[in-house]
Write a new protein. Structure first.
Length: 126
């Protein structure tokens, strides 16, 4: 693995494990969570809908209101230079819906500073 691939793997794991936990279940300022993990010009395409930095920050409030607990498991993580692909499973306990499970497939791009610049995500309820 090259140094670039190692940095990309760390960034992908930070996004998948730390970001998803912190944006949904911490009391930390969502802007700090997003900025620690992603570039200012980040775009996260979720099932075709483009989310900007500001929209990702705003998304934290309803998630934090409704998610009691959650866990994301990485089933597969592939890295090539500054790009990554992952297959993951997420299970959350939702205040109104009970247990919700999702499968995620993501592809992403990491900037030179080690933060994520682009994500393309497809999700389905499992």
């Amino acid at each position: 693995m090259t140094a670039t691939s190692e940095a990309t793997e760390r960034a992908a794991r930070r996004l998948l494990l730390d970001y998803t936990r912190d944006i949904g279940q911490s009391d930390e300022d969502p802007a700090v969570v997003v900025d620690r993990t992603m570039t200012d010009d980040v775009v996260w395409f979720s099932d075709g809908a483009a989310l900007t930095r500001e929209q990702l920050i705003a998304h934290a409030a309803p998630v934090r209101k409704n998610v009691i607990s959650g866990e994301l498991l990485i089933d597969e993580l592939l890295v090539d230079g500054g790009r990554f692909a992952a297959r993951c499973r997420m299970a959350v306990e939702h205040r109104k819906l009970g247990r919700v499970s999702m499968d995620w497939i993501l592809m992403g791009e990491v900037a030179d500073d080690g933060r994520v610049r682009r994500v393309h995500q497809l999700a389905r309820t499992a």
